[in-house]
Design a protein around this ligand. Structure first.
Ligand SMILES: O=C(O)CCC(=O)C(=O)O
Length: 258
């Protein structure tokens, strides 16, 4: 299975519309990949709180339309990071869009753990409540967004629901990059699953982004890691390694507390 993580530089000097077109073209370039993954809130910037209200979109808004067309043209499964979704009631959510190779929106995931304590996203957005796993022809995907990475029970819930490949979309800050790498490896080791963790690059709203998107195998080995800037991180991996790892070292079967 080939996965391509597109580590987008979310530059505040680039308009949201031109970033959408640029990212659509980067997705089209990934034809032949089995899965393409984008970062959290790449249209607006994960920390650009003052723009959330202005740039909020309906589920089937401009980012949906651009990504649906790009997934279709490239013929790829696309985890399109997340958007600021405005629901009919007016509530905002940090929502992942997932497309099949026909360009159809097949699943969404609303971020469960909102970041900011009593400020920022935590104050401005509603919380998701549903764990999301998605069948892919080669594996079962489980979704998480950024701050979710700190909550192991979410990932264990995804594994209990059948996930073998954990996809994390993020706008993680550079100043806590060590946590990003450590937690991505921990989630892979403890769940004996692949972790595909795609972060943004650049700096917006005064918050430099970590970059360093990372792919970790079920034994905790880092298969690929990006640098700090915009890049496409492409990795080939064998999803059947999840079953062999769980079979040969059956720690998940020894769980006592559930
Ligand atoms: O947990 C962290 O250190 C970063 C989380 C974050 O930036 C987010 O969820 O947007």
């Amino acid at each position: 299975m080939r996965a391509s993580l597109i580590q987008i530089d979310v530059d505040p000097d680039e308009s949201v519309n031109s970033r959408r077109s640029r990212v659509a073209s980067l997705v089209r370039d990934q034809a032949g990949s089995d899965l393409v993954v984008l970062p959290e809130l790449w249209p607006v910037g994960a920390f650009a709180y003052e723009s959330f209200g202005r740039e909020a979109e309906a589920l089937r808004g401009p980012t949906h339309d651009a990504m649906a067309a790009a997934a279709h043209d490239a013929g790829v499964w696309l985890h399109a990071g997340s958007i600021v979704e405005r629901e009919d009631s007016g509530t905002l959510y940090n929502t992942t869009l997932f497309f099949n190779p026909d360009g159809a929106l097949t699943r969404t995931y609303r971020k469960i753990h909102r970041f900011g304590f009593d400020k920022g996203e935590a104050a401005m957005m509603g919380a998701g409540s549903e764990l999301v796993t998605v069948p892919h022809p080669s594996t079962v995907l489980g979704f998480a967004t950024c701050y979710d990475l700190r909550f192991p029970e979410l990932f264990r819930g995804l594994v209990d629901a059948g996930a073998e490949t954990l996809v994390v979309s993020a706008g993680w800050p550079e100043r806590r990059r060590a946590h990003w790498t450590l937690l991505a490896q921990a989630r892979a080791v403890e769940n004996q699953a692949y972790v595909l963790a795609c972060c943004s690059a650049g700096s917006h709203a005064g918050v430099p982004q970590a970059g360093h998107s990372i792919v970790v195998d079920p034994w905790g080995e880092v298969l690929a890691e990006a640098g700090p800037g915009e890049e496409v991180l492409t990795v080939e991996f064998d999803p059947s390694t999840v079953a062999t790892t769980r079979d040969r070292f059956p720690a998940l079967k020894d769980r006592v507390l559930r």
